[in-house]
Design a protein around this ligand. Sequence first.
Ligand code: UD1
Ligand code: MG
Length: 448
Amino acid sequence: MQRSAVILAAGKGTRMRSDTTKVLHKVGGRSMLDWSLALAQDLNCDRQILVISTHSEELRHIANERVGENQIAIQDPPQGTGHAVQCATPALEGFDGAVIVLYADTPLLPADAVVQAFEALESGAHIAVLGFDANEPGGYGRLICEPNGDLVRIVEAKDASPDELAVGFCNSGVMAVHSKHLKSLLDQLDNNNANGEYYLTDIVSIGRKNGLKSVAVRCEESDVLGVNSRVQLAEAEAEFQKKQRIKFMEDGVTLIDPASVFFSFDTQVQRDVIIEPNVVFGPGVRVEQGVQIRAFSHLEGCTVGEGSMVGPYARLRPGAELGHGVHIGNFVEVKNTKVGDGAKANHLSYLGDGEVGERSNIGAGTIFCNYDGYFKHKTLIGKDVFVGSNSSLVAPVTLGDTSFVGTGSVVTEDVPEGALALARGRQVVKADWAVDYHRSMKAKKEGQ
Ligand code: UD1
Ligand code: MG
């Protein structure tokens, strides 16, 4: 059976109390919208129709980038989840197969949970809903089932009787429907409910009246956390982090204090990496085998080559590419800079917009002065170079292979291969100056 996805993202997300549209809030460094689109991709959906409203220009722009104009359905104004799917039906024209409705506020949903809903359709159901046993059912819709497991109807919390509220089996929001029934089911929706909205969930009871069979497929609550508020956003983040930590440890990564390490959706860590406490991985990080990431380091958009040592207190920013066996130590920031195999910058430095050749040593307090207030410039350091402590390398500047920079230099001109550059005041030594100074000052003070 062919598959298409309808992703609902038109709700205002009022409960977030935010100027940012709800589905653009992030979990694990990726917006909830992008989580849903990635899921639709994983499920090999033929069409991915995104339902949005006009209240957010930003969302419209992003939607256009992601799926293109003809897979966007506009719901204006939003009148409920059923109305949202109705708005998507023109974009489903000519499609024959399983339509999966995904709510873009449910970021952790794994593809294999959704596959169960497709399988239920393939085995004869007309509508399949993913349900879960909720710890705290709260505001979720309740799934009312027959003893044989058939789904009779879904009742929203606001419309539920006390008996119905006592049901712990809840609606995840994921629903698969065969395309040939969808339109007629949606046409029969009304908005006689507490919210005055057209609820998608009502197609279950309508379908039953039409002789269609609905089933509920059980999944884990932790897979379908819906995000409506900041508290739920934090809960989804915590759940994501918990899963990532377990996944990495199972893959052979040591986390000394798992609860204090934070990953992104795309973090890659190879085996035998040791990660100390309080480390944050922003998006786009790859860490190769045998690396040690020491405490309180922050990494994003970077690669750490095999056997390297990072931190404690290091910051690797986008474009930092460390080769094998590199050492980046405390209070060192690296941005858009390639660091060759075996090179070291162990203390208090800024390496921005440059290249450091193999085995070069960057002394404590070295700064790549990459910005002139208008443009960024490159600092190119060859192999086996020694940069003395507290030097400023004023870009654009090149230090040739095996060259030396004397401590405390401000280097403004290129240094040829094998040369020594000294760019600092020459030292003057005056014998007995201090002795004379103290004698005369003491005499002056006593004479007062
Ligand atoms: C919905 C379900 C509820 C389920 C819960 C799971 C309905 C009526 N209720 O409630 O049974 O337990 O999800 O998380 O479906 N949206 C639109 N247009 C609209 C309204 C909403 O596109 O007019 C989108 C929202 O952007 C959101 C999704 O649909 O991504 C769900 O809407 P939301 O308001 O969060 O529904 P819930 O109250 O969570
Ligand atoms: Mg919701």
